[in-house]
Design a protein around this ligand. Structure first.
Ligand SMILES: Cc1cc2nc3c(=O)[nH]c(=O)nc-3n(C[C@H](O)[C@H](O)[C@H](O)COP(=O)(O)OP(=O)(O)OC[C@H]3O[C@@H](n4cnc5c(N)ncnc54)[C@H](O)[C@@H]3O)c2cc1C
Ligand code: FES
Length: 266
């Protein structure tokens, strides 16, 4: 094992990963390529808990794994500058190091999907990146993948071309500046709903819509966000309620970030 990489609480590792490259792919949206040993353990839908390389920032920042290249020990993260932590990440240059905890959380369950299964991916805004690895892996298995992406405006559109290599893609924008005007429901309502599985990640409103629309579907999944502190199940900063229970809760970092529809209160 890499000397920088030590085991911590089960499968969670801490590692100093190398920055291979970074580029801005849309206004304030960055693509960061990292290299390290922990790539070998990564699964689609998991996230990395990144230490901000600045001593004034104590809390790590969670960012989803967007794609995984085990052969080259590289993974790609795509993030938007939200506040001071992500602004600091955007200054990282090729050759810099980054203190990474992960891979963390339960990713998307892609088991049992074979050739000719029909899968729907639904992504919104900066929730689109984790669906890329899902599309890639399903496409490799011969699964028939349909992707519906929703963005606020044309400027925010990301990953359309890449996802088109693995799936049939529909793009919506709220203001109609690109693709179909409206949100993803405009497209989804027209489908026959005969999908074997549904995987989604996006803003809270989109997740509520998917949660309700596919509440009875046996294989519909949401990747959810919450404010995080420890990122490893210990502090309970990231809990969500479970329907009809006052006592049971789910931690986004440890029990999620992927949940089956109907299993948490949104
Ligand atoms: C499981 C998971 C996966 C994520 N994947 C991505 C991704 O792939 N790309 C991306 O752009 N963003 C992603 N986010 C959101 C990202 O973590 C926040 O945008 C980021 O932490 C903001 O940090 P900041 O210092 O720039 O902002 P600040 O507002 O300065 O952050 C202050 C604090 O709030 C926390 N925080 C702020 N916004 C969020 C948020 N939405 N979710 C969780 N914690 C937050 C920060 O971690 C920090 O502790 C993900 C969040 C979660 C929970
Ligand atoms: S962030 Fe601490 S339990 Fe989830």
């Amino acid at each position: 094992m890499n000397p920088n990489c030590k085991k911590r609480m089960g499968a969670i590792r801490l590692e100093t990963m190398k920055v291979v490259s970074q580029q801005e792919i849309a206004p304030a949206i960055f693509e960061l390529l990292l290299q390290g040993e922990m790539v070998e353990a990564m699964k689609a839908g998991q996230f990395l808990h990144l230490r901000v390389p600045d001593d004034a920032h104590l809390l790590r920042r969670p960012i989803s794994i967007s794609s995984i290249d085990k052969a080259n020990k590289q993974c790609r993260l795509i993030y938007r500058i939200e506040g001071s932590g992500t602004a600091i990440f955007s200054t990282l240059k090729t050759g810099d190091s980054l203190d990474v905890m992960g891979p963390q959380g339960n990713g998307f369950d892609l088991s049992d999907l074979e050739q000719h299964s029909r899968v729907l991916l639904v992504g919104g805004g900066i929730g689109v990146p984790p669906l890329l690895e899902v599309a890639k892996q399903l496409h490799e298995r011969g699964v028939d993948v349909t992707t519906v992406l929703g963005f606020a405006t044309k400027d925010a559109v990301i990953l359309e071309d890449e996802l088109s290599q693995y799936s049939k893609v529909f793009v919506t924008t709220d203001d109609g500046s690109y693709g179909i005007k409206g949100n993803v429901s405009v497209v989804i309502k027209k489908f026959d709903n005969e999908f074997d599985a549904i995987y989604s990640c996006g803003a809270p409103g989109m997740m509520k819509y998917i949660n309700q629309t596919f509440s009875d579907h046996p294989r519909a999944y949401l990747s959810l966000e919450s404010r995080m502190a420890c990122g490893m199940g210990a502090c309970y900063a990231c809990v969500l309620k479970v329907p009809e229970s006052e006592t049971v809760s789910q931690r986004v970092c440890e029990d999620g970030p992927v949940f089956k529809t109907g299993t948490v209160v949104l």
